[in-house]
Design a protein around this ligand. Sequence first.
Ligand code: 5GP
Ligand code: ZN
Length: 139
Amino acid sequence: MKKENCIFCRIASGEIPSATVYEDEDFKAILDLGPAAPGHTLVIPKNHSDNLLCVDSDTAAKALGVIAKVAKAVKEAMGCDGINVVQNNGEAAGQTVMHLHFHIIPRYNNDKVQIGWEPGKPADGELENTASLIRDRLR
Ligand code: 5GP
Ligand code: ZN
């Protein structure tokens, strides 16, 4: 469940050192080497999956508990005003390391960190049509 030459597999196993803030049987949380803000933390499952679109259901279910726990600790430690949890899937979405991970990013009132999008203006009926397409795949 480790992938050859995967940097986060090697970090998760301890083969490559990292500034670790949390570790259990299934997850490791480390400080990001290129942080958006001090305290920027990555929650990394130890088992390799490329991203959320192919993770096993057990890891997916456990992840939110770890993310919530680590996010609370980061907020307390950094004294920030808010936290973004960011998770990128695929190059188009900004994923650069192809091992599932969750960013926990400290935010401050009026900081300059950019995470966002321009809100669109859906055409008449568009939301219902799109919802139907997605619903069909969840049946
Ligand atoms: P992504 O763009 O894939 O969502 O995020 C990858 C993140 O991993 C980036 O924020 C990048 O700074 C971080 N990163 C890449 N390589 C390493 C590394 O070797 N160690 C640590 N701690 N972070 C890394
Ligand atoms: Zn990996």
